[in-house]
Design a protein around this ligand. Structure first.
Ligand code: FES
Length: 108
């Protein structure tokens, strides 16, 4: 799969989510500034079939970085997409990397 340039890192706020469209997919991108890490998961929340994950709240579950959906507070791992609230749900996780001030996403 190819890497897609999704723009300058400066357009992404820290400790918040942003939504980008890559092909037909909406992707929620998060920058955890303290850890200097980027995460990207599908924006679509399977629990209620809403495009809301990019507006989620960042948190931590026993050392795993998570996003908490803003509607019903379901908790998802940013590392592998696992849902801690209900294991039947899972988010697709995208590889994301920074290079030369630009952000790249794998797949779409
Ligand atoms: S829509 Fe996200 S937890 Fe319900």
């Amino acid at each position: 799969m190819n890497w897609t340039n999704i723009g300058s890192i400066e357009q992404y706020p820290t400790e918040l989510g942003s939504c980008v469209k890559v092909g037909d997919a909406q992707v929620a991108v998060f920058h955890l500034a303290t850890e200097q890490k980027w995460y990207a998961v599908q924006n679509f929340n399977p629990q209620n079939e809403r495009m809301v994950i990019s507006r989620g709240i960042l948190g931590d579950q026993e050392g795993t970085p998570i996003v908490i959906c803003p509607l019903h507070k379901y908790r998802y791992s940013l590392e592998n997409g696992e849902c801690f609230t209900d294991e039947q749900y899972r988010l697709k996780v995208y590889e994301v990397r920074e290079e030369g001030g630009e952000l790249f996403l794998k797949g779409g």
